[in-house]
Design a protein around this ligand. Structure first.
Ligand code: SF4
Length: 419
C-alpha cells in the first residue's frame, strides 16, 4: 500500500512540474513514508529520520523534510520532539491528504492550480508493478494488527475513480494492473448501500480496461466465497495468484487473533478455488509465536502448511505492537528465542515444500512481463509475480514474452525466451 501511495503521489508531483532525484541533496522536498506493521520497519524509519539531520543542498540550504504514514500516526508528538529538524509530520499517507497538506507548507505547490480529479499517469519509475488503490484502511480488527489504528477505518475509493485511474495507467503503457486493499474482498462495505461490491469492482475493471493480467491483493480468507471463486478467481484475465493469509493452523489461535474464519473454512474454500482455477498459485502469510500459541498450536500450523500446499509464504515471528488488542490482552509472554526457533523451523520446512511445488513449472512455457534488461541478462515476472531470470537477447522492458522454465527455486525461476 505504501508503494502504491508513493507511486500515486510521485505522479501527482510530476504532473505539477516536479521531478524525482536520486540524491536527496538535490531535492527541494524529501518525504519519508513509514510502516509500523513490523518493529524492524519502524526502527528503520527512526534511523532515517536521524540521518536527515545533516542533509543540506549544495548551496547550504535545507529541503523541506516531511515524515508521514503509520509511525507518525502512532506517535506524532514524540517524533516531533525527538527529530526537531523535520518540518512537517503527517499522520497519514493517502495522496489526496498529503497533497493538500503540502500545498500549505511547500511554496512551489501552493501557487499551482492542481486538478482535484487528477488520475496518475504513473510514469514515475518507482515500481514495476502498476497499482490502483481501491480501499484505504481496514475495519477488520485482527488482534495483532496495527493497521486499523495506523491507517484508520476502511474507506472505499469510488468505483468511477478506480476505473479512471486504471484507464490512465493503461494509456500510459502499464502492462498489467494490481488492485489493492488491506482486505480487498470487503470493497463496498463502507460506501453507498454498504453491500459487498468486490465482484462488481473486478468485473467493471475487466470490462472497462484491456489489461491482460489483473491481480487483486489482499484477501481475508473469511470473505472469500464460492461466487468470488467462480466469477473472479476463475476468470482468464485475472492472474492465478491468490494471496490468502492463513496466519495460523490452530482454530483456537485463529479465534484469539480474531481472524474470523477457521481451518474448515480455509480448507474448503481453497479446495473450491483450486477446482475453479486449476493453475491457482496460492501464497500466504504465517505468523508464529502469537501470545497464546502453544507448541501444539505451532505444530498445527506446520501440518496445515504441509497439507494445504502453499506455493510461497511470507513468514513472521510475532512482535508486540503497542495499542493492539493482543498487546492489551496478552502482552508478549513467549521468549523471543522460542518464537525465532519456531519461525526458523517453519521457514525451513515451507521452503522445502515450496521448492517441490514450484518444480512443476520446469519445462512449462509461461508468459512473462520483462521488467529489466541489464546487459546480457533480463529479469521478467510471471502472472503470479515470480521473478524469472533469462538471457536478454531481443527482449525489451515492459513487453510480454514467452519463456520456457529451466529451473525453479522458491523465490525465483530461470528460463529461456521462446518464440
Ligand atoms: S484484515 Fe486484519 S491483518 Fe489485514 S489489515 Fe485488516 S486488521 Fe490487519
Amino acid at each position: 500500500m505504501n508503494v502504491a501511495d508513493m507511486d500515486d503521489l510521485a505522479a501527482r508531483l510530476n504532473a505539477a512540474g516536479g521531478r524525482a532525484v536520486d540524491d536527496p541533496r538535490q531535492a527541494d522536498l524529501v518525504m519519508v513514508n513509514t510502516c509500523t506493521v513490523r518493529a524492524k520497519a519502524e526502527e528503520k524509519a527512526y534511523s532515517f529520520f536521524g540521518e536527515l539531520k545533516h542533509l543540506r543542498r549544495a548551496d547550504g540550504s535545507r529541503p523541506l523534510l516531511v515524515g508521514m504514514g503509520c509511525v507518525v500516526n502512532k506517535q506524532r508528538e514524540e517524533l516531533a520532539k525527538r527529530f526537531k529538524h523535520l518540518d512537517l509530520w503527517l499522520d497519514f499517507s493517502d495522496p489526496d491528504g498529503v497533497l493538500a497538506a503540502l500545498r500549505q507548507a511547500f511554496a512551489p505547490l501552493s501557487e499551482l492550480d492542481l486538478d482535484a480529479e487528477f488520475t496518475p499517469a504513473l510514469d514515475t519509475g518507482l515500481s514495476p508493478l502498476r497499482f490502483v488503490t481501491a480501499i484505504r484502511g481496514c475495519n477488520h480488527g485482527c488482534a495483532y494488527c496495527v493497521v486499523p489504528r495506523a491507517r484508520g477505518p476502511q474507506r472505499d475509493v469510488p468505483l468511477k475513480r478506480i476505473i479512471a485511474e486504471a484507464q490512465a495507467l493503461e494509456r500510459a503503457g502499464a502492462p498489467d494492473l494490481a488492485v489493492l486493499g488491506q482486505n480487498i474482498l470487503a470493497y463496498g462495505t463502507t460506501s453507498g448501500d454498504r453491500r459487498r461490491r468486490f465482484i462488481e469492482l473486478m468485473e467493471t475493471l475487466l470490462a472497462e480496461t484491456g489489461f491482460r493480467w489483473i491481480t487483486y491483493l489482499t484477501s481475508l480468507p473469511g470473505d472469500l466465497t464460492e461466487e468470488i471463486c467462480e466469477r473472479i478467481v476463475a476468470h482468464p484475465r485475472i492472474t492465478p495468484l491468490l494471496h490468502l493469509p492463513l496466519q495460523s493452523g490452530s482454530d483456537r489461535v485463529l479465534a484469539d487473533m480474531r481472524r474470523g474464519y477457521d481451518m474448515n473454512h480455509y480448507r474448503r474454500i481453497v479446495a473450491y478455488a483450486r477446482q475453479c482455477r486449476p493453475d491457482l498459485y496460492l501464497t500466504t502469510d504465517l505468523l508464529v509465536g502469537f501470545p497464546t500459541e502453544t507448541e501444539a498450536d505451532f505444530r498445527a500450523t506446520l501440518l496445515a502448511a504441509e497439507e494445504i500446499g502453499f506455493d510461497d509464504a511470507f513468514m513472521f515471528a510475532y512482535s508486540e505492537r503497542p495499542g493492539t488488542p493482543a498487546a492489551r490482552k496478552y502482552g508478549d509472554p513467549l521468549p523471543r528465542a522460542e518464537k525465532l526457533d519456531r519461525l526458523h523451523e517453519l521457514i525451513a520446512r515451507q521452503r522445502e515444500w515450496g521448492k517441490l511445488r514450484n518444480h512443476r513449472f520446469i519445462g512449462q512455457r509461461l508468459a512473462v512481463i520483462v521488467e529489466h534488461v541489464d546487459g546480457a541478462v533480463a529479469v521478467a515476472r510471471t502472472s503470479f509475480n515470480k521473478p524469472v531470470h533469462l538471457p536478454a537477447a531481443g527482449l525489451k522492458a515492459g513487453e510480454y514474452a514467452l519463456t520456457e522454465i529451466t529451473s525453479a527455486k522458491v523465490s525465483s525461476f530461470a528460463g529461456n525466451a521462446v518464440p
